[in-house]
Ligand binder design. Structure first.
Ligand code: FMN
Ligand code: SF4
Length: 413
């Protein structure tokens, strides 16, 4: 299929996630061996920089740049794999652990050693108990084979990986809140700067990357950054995991090249809409994502900063006209009302007030005053909150009003 790609999902059907031998049999840990026997840490970082791999956790920051900054720092450093994944409708990082935990471990080891860290953490979504168990076993197996621990591949490199489960708050996926949580503090964001690369975990330089970003690293080290750069979109190359849901025929996880269009994703990979369903819009990136209408189906999905439709977590929800838009809007508003960490007033109050208004909209009790207040609240959430969660809470509702507006309020008039 055009745009199909298997870098992260390669050989998933051949692997038992609980057997390190299966991963070794398909060439696993060869990139680590290559690093230990032939390459310097700076060469690993140069390769990742060359690949132009952008973070897959949402912000799209170039991974090689972060690694290079921390590699230059002296003293204790940390590497953290972000496996919080609390965005509704998203389970790509969990799927990596379910199918190939050693790919993730190999990526973590490569990145940690490249920056000079001797300790790495995997910050897990609190609900990922099964995945914690899989990873715990994988870590044990890797230690026994000397891929982890002291004297990795009989070298002087050492690394330990610790698993840490969060308590299930969405905000703890945000990197500074995640650090607070790992340090035993309340899970709420810190002011940036300083950024984690300068003052991260316990005040030490820290690289935090999304699990999917990290899972690309063994391939890049094996095949070169230049080869990776040839895949997909010119501005942000490589592979991307998408989660396709809603009224499509084939739902589920898809690995495709960046730059694929929404139309290709829905019709080529998803097999089109279920019979009798008429496309209304697609939501890109979970509850915090933007809505795209039929005439926007040909935009390219990548991490280009100029792209007005950020990929976010990579989930795609396809919605048809039979869906109750009020219920959907209320589910977005309820989610953010619950997940606002409460640190700043505009978000704490704004998400609560917005939820109340959407509830009245759903119950056909919305007043003119509510409609005016909604405008003010959305502006406040978009422009004045401490961290991006405030903006996230406004995005889909704002799009529903501006793009589906006539349809939405018609039912109330
Ligand atoms: C509210 C909020 C929630 C986030 N949740 C996640 C998450 O669950 N997983 C993740 O990898 N990044 C999440 N991020 C992004 C992280 O702050 C950070 O940018 C990312 O982990 C860096 O990794 P990457 O460069 O590989 O994407 C979140 C950001 C915000 C503002
Ligand atoms: S915007 Fe929301 S989540 Fe972020 S600090 Fe303020 S209250 Fe917390």
């Amino acid at each position: 299929m055009k745009n199909e790609l298997k870098i992260i999902t390669k050989d998933w059907d051949k692997l038992n996630p609980l057997r390190i031998e299966d991963y070794i049999a398909i060439g696993g840990y060869q990139s680590l061996e290559k690093f230990i026997s032939k390459l310097k840490p700076s060469e690993i970082i140069a390769e990742i920089k060359e690949s132009q791999l952008a973070g897959r956790g949402g912000a799209g920051f170039l991974m090689g740049e972060k690694l290079a900054q921390v590699a230059e720092e002296k003293g204790t450093k940390y590497f953290i794999c972000n496996l919080d994944e609390s965005e509704p409708g998203t389970y790509k990082d969990r799927a990596i652990v379910d199918h190939n935990p050693h790919l993730l471990l190999e990526g973590i080891i490569l990145c940690s050693l490249a920056i000079g860290a001797e300790k790495a953490f995997i910050y897990l979504n609190g609900r990922y108990e099964e995945q914690r168990e899989i990873l715990a076993q994988a870590i044990q197996q890797a230690r026994k084979k000397y891929f982890l621990g002291k004297n990795i591949f009989q070298s002087d490199y050492k690394l330990s990986i610790e698993l840490f489960s969060g308590a299930g708050a969405y905000i703890c996926g945000e990197e500074t809140a995640l650090i607070n949580s790992l340090e035993g503090n309340r899970g709420e964001p810190k002011l940036k700067p300083p950024y984690p690369v300068k003052a991260g975990l316990f005040g030490c330089p820290t690289v935090i990357n999304n699990a999917e970003t990290i899972a690309n690293i063994p391939w890049i080290i094996k095949n070169s950054g230049e080869k990776y750069k040839e895949i997909g979109s010119i501005s942000s190359p490589g592979s991307k995991l998408f989660i396709l849901g809603g009224v499509v025929k084939n739902k589920g996880l898809i690995e495709a090249q960046t730059g694929i269009t929404l139309r290709e994703l829905i019709y080529d990979f998803g097999g089109g809409l279920l019979s009798g369903k008429e496309f209304w819009f697609a939501q890109l990136g979970g509850s915090s994502g933007r809505l795209l209408l039929e005439d926007e189906l040909d935009i390219k999905l990548d991490f280009n900063k100029k792209n007005q439709y950020p990929l976010g977590s990579g989930s795609v929800l396809v919605v048809d006209k039979t869906v109750d838009i009020y219920d959907l809007m209320l589910s977005w508003a309820s989610f953010f009302r619950r997940e606002s960490c409460g640190k700043c007033v505009p978000c704490r109050e704004g998400t609560f007030r917005l939820w109340g208004i959407i509830k009245r909209l759903r119950d056909r009790e919305i007043s003119q005053r509510d409609k005016e207040a909604m405008e003010d609240i959305l502006w406040t959430l978009n422009n004045t909150t401490f961290c991006p969660l405030g903006k996230f809470s406004a995005t889909a509702i704002q799009d529903a009003i501006t793009k589906l507006g006539k349809d939405i309020f018609k039912k109330n008039n």
